[in-house]
Design a protein around this ligand. Sequence first.
Ligand SMILES: Nc1ncnc2c1ncn2[C@@H]1O[C@H](COP(=O)(O)OP(=O)(O)O)[C@@H](O)[C@H]1O
Ligand SMILES: [Mg+2]
Length: 361
Amino acid sequence: MRLERLSLRDFRNFKSLELSELSHGINVFVGRNAMGKTNLIEAINYLSCGKSFRGTQDSKLIREGQPFAGIFAGYSTGSHRGKIEIGIFGEAKRSVKLNGLPIKKISELMGAMNSIVFAPEDLRIIKESPSLRRRMMDMELCKISSGYYRDVQSYVLALKSKNKLLKDMHAKDGVIEAYNVQLAQYGAGIIRRRRVFVEKLNQYGAAFYQNLQNVTESIQIRYKSSTEAEDIQTGLLEKMQINAKREREIGISLVGPHREDLEIFINGKDSKIYASQGQQRTALLAIKLAALEIAQEQTGESPILLLDDVFSELDKRRKESLMEIVSKKQVFITCTDIDGMQRFPEAAYYQVDHAKVKQVK
Ligand SMILES: Nc1ncnc2c1ncn2[C@@H]1O[C@H](COP(=O)(O)OP(=O)(O)O)[C@@H](O)[C@H]1O
Ligand SMILES: [Mg+2]
């Protein structure tokens, strides 16, 4: 997967930007703080999922005082060329065209031009609440499986209805039970794909970690699932039935994919508690690279890797290992300091200054 050209109109601090000679390999964007580097990464990633990776509302992506923001891109895969045109007019008001045709659901955009971001705030995925780890799993799975996306949507909808009933004293048990049947069905679709995903994440992640960090250290990624049953749907439904009384007492749904987690261990110890900042960063990088590998395996195309402000934090050896791993992929790197970046003879370098981007040699 390659981003061939990118243009922005009134996106964040960019009034107008045209980038048309992007490298198929490494692209480095250098600039001081608050110049627009992360905004650029955000725009590229928005193209692959229709969302800001920083969790920013759409309306805030429009340049202040302007009526709309535009993100336009041309991309290529091994087999075809495509284009994406996105206009953001406000909250939940946007138009998205894929290859000139308007799309109705964002699921049609998901993964058309897939990219994976790694940014400093991603360390929260290791350190903070399970919801962030679930969000990462969901994000990566949605981009490679439209079935997963549909199951998540249906699950969330049914869960909302069930939670409303759980808070309603007059709701009948039978109606709640009917929602459990639905939740078990969609939930099974989610869990089945998460099982495969985490197994591979663990397998590839461990290899990348050893490659980046140290062969004597290992990471392990475990899926803390709501059921280990072979027949997931039945297992899930049974658990819901066991918890039915308790759920009515406290008014929330206690069982299902929305309560699951990923556990990340380094040398057998919970990385959340015991790992150093450097180990956590490397573990997360290994996980992102594993997600890249899984997407490539599933879709035949490697996603674009977006490294926002993390490259300069790595030591020389890790930088070299990373560049070797991603050598055949398109990568966007942002940093504040060009020192140590000059080592890639094939890379394209850009200076970002107050939302103006200039290629430098
Ligand atoms: N909607 C917006 N309209 C105008 N400027 C914005 C908007 N959102 C963010 N900015 C500006 O973008 C700049 C930050 O850009 P960013 O890409 O995060 O910087 P960095 O180069 O440090 O990564 C800040 O100056 C901020 O005020
Ligand atoms: Mg930044």
